[in-house]
Design a binder for this molecule. Sequence first.
Ligand code: 8YV
Length: 325
Amino acid sequence: MNVFLNKPIPEPGLQLLRDPKINLTIAHTTKLSRSEWLSYCQMADVVLNVGKNNFDKDFFDQCPNVKAICLFSVGYDHVDISEASKRKVTVSNTPDVLTNATSDTAFLLMLMVSRLAGYNLEKVKSGIRNPVYDPVANLGQELYGKTLGIFGLGRIGIEMAKKCINAYGMNVLYHNRRRNPEAEQSLNASYVSMDILLAKSDVVSIHANYSEDSYRLFNNQLFRKMKPNAIFINTARGGFVDEADLYKALVSKTIWGAGLDVSDPEPMNTASDLLSLPTVCVLPHIGSATIEARNKMAELAAQNVIDFAHGKKMRTCINMEAHDS
Ligand code: 8YV
């Protein structure tokens, strides 16, 4: 079975792919153009994919031989799943294994923003004199007993909530498509409308799956409903946020701060006004970037390839309908 991998993954995954049934091709460069990428995919039965390549209708038209797509990511907003299912292409992702790392990143951003840490680190590095011991300079906010609002209470949102409860005794509100009674009980969390979530939360953190329907959902209309002390955290997808509106909300003090691990585009343009604000911290999409998570992602993604090559169901298949038909 011909398998194409666009970027090298950690060794535990590569080791699994040394399987007699697998003929692995790794791209000659990590910076393939779309047409180079498509040429590689055209020769593959299975595409093992790192990053945001778009598996849209054009992909499926141009690569009719591809039978499975194994993602090295939990997110699959870059795959047209209904088109894949229509063409009986099975798609898998890497859930669970990056939950700890990604929720850590959300927690890290919350703290960095609450204490203006990114901004102050930059000042130290560039030699700008800080008003040391000035009683009214560099004041952050504490998080003890505050309210966390989770938008999208899945695995990562639950883990973020646990950290905030354990560290700061925070109260948890959440908004989701569906209620999660189990999580409500274990986290003592309350399901609320979007408006209540925004009006009551001191920290609003996005942990939902992204789709085009949510493009720039977090815009002026929503920021207006948040508290003036609110910290906004996004470790999900940059597409959720209107960055120009976020900047306006921050400078007008409609909200207090923002921590972003994701942006649109990625990486964030260095000229972005957001980068100049003391209560903003931006990271370059490192949510799952730990040795532990990336090793496990590599193993799981490769295991899905092996499953497929051996005629078995992929263990974390997203579109079972393609499998079953
Ligand atoms: C991935 C991510 O590492 O899993 C996801 O959805 O956003 C990241 O953690 C990245 O997409 C590489 O494939």
